[in-house]
Write a protein that binds this ligand. Structure first.
Ligand code: NAP
Length: 232
């Protein structure tokens, strides 16, 4: 019997990941949503119980990450797309950034992707697509913002890692692309830039990210793409 295919979305309890989970479920895809907040994931599932399931887990914690693997094994599902969207942001002037801050950005925005992919490798379907969510701040040549050096550096590293993974996984039929998003009106954006208004809503970005995860790998692999109306 063929295993059921799922789209795994990290950071799906709110913001862009949440909107993308709802969008793809609305397009009749099976979505496995993850984040730490069980309550928010339960509410997400309630919007489409047929198409959305969730695993609450902390991607920074190896034991917690295992819950995703256990789910995939128990349910005998294959991953047709992984949208690694979970991320964190520290906004602090460079002179105030501690080693702890730099480690936190590295761990959250780079190492979680590395650990997750390593653990998930046996469970990808043929022709699967991995989409990492980078940032315009981490896109080479874009305008940079004061206070975002650790965040932007970590997102830059994520984009290079994505290019590397595309090369390594090509022969296994797995494609990897990185979307460097511009400003989207989410909690992360509001807390980083209080009072500022982003030109794009999560639902709007979700359509682009969702459609790209479904079809983008028919046209490209190993690409780092700016997704922005301006700079950033
Ligand atoms: N919004 C923007 O303007 C913008 C621009 C460029 C790039 N991005 C990128 O887009 C992605 C989504 O951003 P957003 O604005 O939607 O952010 P958000 O509203 O803050 O959502 C972040 C998501 O990541 C999850 N998360 C955080 N830490 C986690 C952990 N340790 N383990 C598991 N999940 C964790 C959060 O869920 P829990 O708290 O429930 O764990 C939440 O679902 C991020 O990678 C961000 O860097 C955003």
């Amino acid at each position: 019997m063929m295993s059921k295919k799922i789209i795994l979305i990290t950071g799906a309890s709110r913001g862009i990941g949440h909107a993308t989970a709802r969008y793809l479920a609305g397009q009749k895809h099976q979505v496995l949503a993850t984040a730490r907040s069980e309550q928010l994931l339960e509410e997400l599932k309630a919007t489409n119980t047929r198409r959305i399931d969730y695993v609450a887990c902390d991607l920074l914690d190896a034991a917690s990450l295992q819950k995703i693997i256990d789910y995939i094994r128990d349910q005998n599902v294959e991953i047709s797309a992984l949208i690694h969207n979970a991320g964190g942001l520290i906004n602090k002037p460079f002179r105030d950034l501690t080693d702890q801050d730099w480690n936190a950005m590295w761990n959250m925005n780079v190492l979680t992707a590395v650990r997750l992919l390593r653990a998930l490798l046996p469970f990808f379907a043929k022709n699967a697509h991995i989409v990492t969510i980078g940032s315009m701040g981490g896109f080479q040549g874009s305008s940079k913002y004061p206070g975002l050096s650790a965040y932007s550096t970590s997102k830059g590293a994520l984009s290079i890692w994505s290019e590397s993974m595309a090369t390594e996984l090509k022969d296994e039929g797995i494609s990897v692309n990185c979307l460097c998003l511009g400003a989207v009106q989410t909690e992360m954006f509001s807390s980083a830039f209080p009072g500022m208004k982003a030109p794009v809503k999560p639902d709007e970005m979700a359509q682009f990210v969702g459609d790209f995860a479904l079809k983008g790998h028919s046209f490209m692999n190993g690409k780092v793409l700016p997704v922005t109306l301006g700079d950033p």
